[in-house]
Design a protein around this ligand. Structure first.
Ligand SMILES: Cc1cc2nc3c(=O)[nH]c(=O)nc-3n(C[C@H](O)[C@H](O)[C@H](O)COP(=O)(O)OP(=O)(O)OC[C@H]3O[C@@H](n4cnc5c(N)ncnc54)[C@H](O)[C@@H]3O)c2cc1C
Length: 257
């Protein structure tokens, strides 16, 4: 089974071709050369991507069993947020403001401020069975997971924190509204990618319709009909300038395929 995906609609940056994406119906090992997509909120897809696959709706579920939350890999952050709010569970408030599917969130160790998806993770389910958090390498927007994430299990604490949600809502109010994959680059240790991009004169800089936002320099935005080449040229120009001026090699947060 496949699903026709138009990345100029489906992806958060609204760039990319229309391709057939293979639907995964039951746990199986990753296929060589195939790239797994989630909600494409962190992807920049070229006109010639590798073969793609995504989890089917069978992996869209969330259930509470005792002290643990079981969430399927295709479940959207919005659904997880509604569930934890309804059940008065804390530590997932940021998911109300962070787009993605559970698989993408875990693979990226996504989060806001000090709240990251790995903080309360217990184990993930891959094609080979459950892997405990202790056996996974992870850090800031990084994991060494090399399998497909079919499910993740989290420990549950009571007490949904409305103040925290208000903080994340305020943070988002200062971010661009244009189509975007969020941050283009990871923050280098001890610094901010946005500061470096600003310092090399590229805040608001535009190639074609791709730009670094005027509001937040590290946000890659599509101001209209940006192409993959516009976006990639812009990103590469920033990396070149930052390397020349500061000797810092900016690392991509957005995944380019
Ligand atoms: C407006 C905006 C703001 C954002 N702000 C933040 C932020 O504050 N903090 C933050 O961390 N991120 C942020 N992001 C990025 C994005 O929300 C996260 O990276 C999110 O985790 C992406 O999830 P996704 O399902 O869309 O994954 P995709 O973009 O589809 O994929 C991302 C990566 O995850 C892998 N992946 C996806 N599903 C699976 C799976 N089932 N098994 C294995 N690997 C998988 C893909 O192969 C890819 O490498 C923002 C994005 C937008 C659009």
């Amino acid at each position: 089974m496949t699903r026709t995906v138009d990345f100029s609609q489906y992806s958060s940056i609204k760039i990319g071709p229309t391709v057939e994406v293979r639907l995964i119906e039951k746990p199986e090992p990753p296929r060589a050369g195939e790239f797994i997509i989630g909600g494409a909120n962190n992807l920049l897809v070229s006109d010639t991507p590798p073969p793609l696959a995504m989890l089917s709706k069978k992996f869209d579920y969330i259930r509470l069993e005792g002290k643990y939350l079981y969430i399927g890999g295709a479940t959207k952050s919005g659904r997880i947020f509604s569930f934890v709010k309804k059940h008065n569970i804390k530590n997932f408030e940021y998911l109300g403001k962070l787009p993605g599917t559970l698989g993408g969130l875990v693979f990226m160790n996504a989060g806001m401020k000090a709240d990251e998806i790995f903080n309360h993770l217990v184990k993930i389910k891959t094609s080979g069975g459950y892997i405990p958090k202790e056996e996974i390498g992870y850090g800031y927007r990084f994991t060494d997971i090399d399998d497909i994430i079919y499910e993740a299990v989290f420990e549950v604490e009571e007490g949904f924190d409305a103040q925290k949600l208000a903080l994340f809502t305020r943070m988002r109010a200062n971010q661009p509204k244009d189509p975007s994959p969020g941050s283009a680059f990871k923050n280098p240790p001890g610094d901010y990618a946005g500061r470096l991009i600003d310092a090399v004169g590229m805040k608001g800089y535009r190639i074609g319709d791709a730009a670094f936002s005027e509001i937040h320099a590290n946000f890659l935005v599509n101001l209209g009909k940006a192409t993959f080449d516009d976006a990639l040229s812009l990103l590469e120009e920033a990396r070149k300038r930052v390397l020349e001026r500061f000797g810092v090699q900016l690392e991509y947060e957005v995944r380019i395929i």
